[in-house]
Structures are given as C-alpha cells and as structure tokens.
Design a protein around this ligand. Structure first.
Ligand SMILES: Cc1cc2nc3c(=O)[nH]c(=O)nc-3n(C[C@H](O)[C@H](O)[C@H](O)COP(=O)(O)OP(=O)(O)OC[C@H]3O[C@@H](n4cnc5c(N)ncnc54)[C@H](O)[C@@H]3O)c2cc1C
Length: 369
C-alpha cells in the first residue's frame, strides 16, 4: 500500500511535530512517521531550559540562533495554548550560575567578560545578592552570574502540545511506523519505506529522527549524529526551593511548577543504551547538594535517562541536502533542542512552503562535515 503526501516527517519528537505543525498550517499535506509515541524520547527526557547564555561559549552564528529561538518563545507558547489548551510552562525567571569552588571562578570570569562585551545583559552578583534572591543556595557560594534572559519551559507539556497542534492543523500521524529507508526517484527523494515494506510517497522528506537520524538506508551521505546519554533525578520541592534555574559547573537544578526540582544531567557516551546508573545518580545528587544542601532529605520522586542527538561540533544539522534538495535535515539539536524547536520549525517549514532558505541556515548545513 502507498500513501501520498506533500511532506513526510520522520520522527515525532518536538522537532518533527513542530515542523509538521507549521507545514500543515501552511496548507501542506503532512504525514508524521513515528515508530513509537510522539514526544517520548529526548523530548520527554529533557530539563526544559531555554538557555542561550548558559549554553554558548562565544559569540557567533550558534549564539545568534539560540537567541533568536528564545525570542520566539513567548508567542510560540501562547499560540500553542490557544491551539490546544496546553500550558507549556513557559517561565522567564532567569538562571543563576554559581561559583562554588575556587576553580569555578575562572570559567565565570570568562563568561562574564565575553558576554558583557557582547552586550548580552549578564549580571554579576556577590554572595549576599545571591542569598537574597535564592536563600536556599549553598553558603559555599562565592559569587554568581545571573542570566536574566535564560528561560524555561515544560518539555513534556511541549511535546503533547505540539503533537496536538500538528494533528489539529491536519498532519496525519502514523504511529508504529518505523522508517527503514529513504525512497529515491530520478535523483530526488520520493518518500520513505517502513519496516514491513509499506511505502509512504511524498514530495519532500524531513529527517527529524533525533539520535537515530543516521540509521536509515538510502541516505545520500553519512548523517553524523550520535546519542549522548543524559540522566536526571527529580526531587520533591514543596514549597518551591528556587525561583531561578540554579546552575553550577557540575549540576543544574530546574524548579518545576508541579512541586519538583530536576537535578541534571550526566553527559555520557554509551551508544543507544538508556539507563539510570549508580555512578550517574551519585554524581547528580552530589552536584545537587553542593548547590542546595537543604535538599539532602528531599524525596527522589523520579529518575530517567534520555539520548541527546549529538554532532561532532555540537551544532544542529538544518536545511536541505546539497544534492537532494527535497530531503531536509532537522536533527543534531544536542543540548538545545527544546530551545531551538520554534526556530527550527520556522526555518525548515519555510523552505518546505517554498520560501528561499533563511540566511541563518547556512552555517548549519550538512555539507560542513
Ligand atoms: C537529559 C537531557 C536533558 C536535556 N535538557 C535540555 C534542556 O534543558 N534544554 C534544551 O533545549 N534541550 C535539552 N535537551 C535536548 C533536547 O531534549 C533534544 O535536543 C530534543 O528533544 C531533540 O528533539 P528531537 O525531536 O530531534 O528528538 P527526539 O525527541 O529524540 O525525537 C526523535 C523521534 O524520532 C523517532 N524515530 C527515530 N527513528 C525513527 C524511525 N526510523 N522511524 C520513525 N520514527 C523514528 C523516535 O521514536 C522519537 O520519537 C536535553 C536532552 C536530554 C537527554
């Protein structure tokens, strides 16, 4: 049996669903092929920080991409609420980055220097100012940076909202559809082949399969995405311990509205294995208590692990293939896929809808590898 669509999107994480939503809203017939349940892989496992300043190491196209993505979030969250009734928990309290040890200070000094020179609104706080803003921060805090523009969202709610919004816009979801190969015809992508042999024919293919993006047969070139394992522990935090996301060079704590605080995350290369491990958990909990000693008796309410889609340079792979222009990449979002979701959707769906590729896509093309 064959189905026909304008676009088939491979993968129903936040990236695939967001592209499907925009493309369907633009009038295209969209099929999302998802081998399991939308939004349940990296998109479910994330911590939901929207943190250009905590994530970027220097000015440049990647920081510009992150900042532009963040600027879209308020409107994006409001639109999803209107379309689906789901509140994606967008919060703008900002992030504190603590120097807790002498050796942390050089990194904070470096960040403060380049970010203030670039006019990014970073603030320097002394220990008393930190304790006034967040009394539960460790007395070992030496000083801190505040990134007022680093925000957060509830990524699990975001996954649900995007699935609902894409379906409402008319995208068809094929669940249990495991894509095994790209179909070619006359030098162009013609759709995908599912395990079991079914073909979904389409005028364009979007590869949004997260860590698995390089595993299909028939791709015109290697897609250098590898899984980067991350573990998180959720602790009970009632009443809320912090208002800000509170970060250190070893751990971050993300307050969530449902009375939990997330301690994350490990960064490990374990292949496609997902596991919460004693080593991972011990490191996270030590890092959490270093930031907030009063968490020592908090209940551990959930632990999980997920796979970030990593690339050799840590930047996403976005835009059309240079040889097969109707094959579009939207993967490799590594640590910033939640933040980059609305912008990735605008940029990739823009090309699908016939607009000229936005200039900001150029540094992130697959041809850089
Ligand atoms: C522990 C952790 C913490 C993180 N914290 C943050 C954070 O604070 N802020 C932030 O911005 N980002 C964060 N991230 C990164 C973010 O989660 C990812 O970059 C983002 O979710 C990637 O989304 P995706 O849709 O590309 O991938 P995924 O969510 O992994 O979705 C890929 C989908 O493709 C499907 N699929 C794969 N292969 C096939 C196939 N062959 N056929 C059909 N379907 C297929 C999968 O089933 C899956 O549903 C974190 C990630 C982790 C693991």
């Amino acid at each position: 049996m064959s189905a026909v669509a304008d676009v088939v999107v491979v993968g129903g994480g936040v990236i695939g669903c967001a592209i499907a939503r925009r493309a369907a809203q633009g009038g295209l017939r969209v099929v999302v092929a998802e081998r399991a349940t939308p939004g349940m892989e990296a998109s479910f496992a994330a911590a939901g920080m929207l943190s250009p300043l905590a994530e970027a190491d220097q000015p440049g196209p990647f920081l510009d991409l992150l900042l532009r993505a963040r600027s879209l979030y308020p409107e994006f969250a409001a639109a999803l609420r209107e379309e689906t009734g789901v509140d994606v928990g967008y919060g703008d309290a900002g992030t504190l980055y603590l120097a807790l040890r002498e050796e942390d200070e050089a990194e904070l000094e470096h960040r403060f220097a380049w970010q203030s020179a670039a006019g990014l609104g970073v603030e320097r706080l002394d220990e008393a100012q930190v304790r006034e803003m967040e009394p539960a921060a460790s007395p070992a805090t030496r000083w801190a940076l505040r990134f007022p523009g680093d925000h957060q969202a509830d990524n699990r709610a975001l996954g649900r909202a995007l699935w609902g919004a894409a379906a409402r816009a008319g995208a068809e979801f094929r669940l249990g559809a495991d894509v095994v190969a790209l179909l070619h015809e006359g030098g162009r992508a013609a759709g995908v082949v599912l395990a079991g042999g079914e073909r979904i024919r389409a005028g364009a293919v979007v590869l949004a399969a997260g860590s698995w993006a390089g595993r299909m047969e028939g791709l015109p070139r290697p897609v250098p995405v590898e899984p980067v394992h991350g573990q998180i522990a959720a602790l009970e935090s009632i009443p809320p311990l912090f208002r800000h996301v509170v970060d250190s060079p070893r751990c971050y704590l993300v307050p969530r509205s449902e009375g939990r605080i997330l301690a994350g995350a490990t960064v490990e290369r374990l292949g496609f294995r997902k596991a919460v491990t004693p080593r991972g958990l011990v490191g996270l909990l030590e890092g959490a208590l270093e930031i907030a000693p009063s968490l020592a008796d908090a209940a551990i309410v959930e632990t999980w692990a997920g796979l970030r889609p990593g690339t050799p340079d840590g930047f996403p792979i976005l835009g059309p293939d240079p040889d097969i222009p109707n094959l579009h990449y939207a993967t490799g979002h590594f640590r910033n896929g939640i933040l980059l979701t609305p912008l990735t959707a605008e940029l990739v769906a823009g090309v699908l809808l016939g607009h000229p590729p936005d200039a900001s896509l150029a540094p992130f093309g697959i041809q850089r590898f």
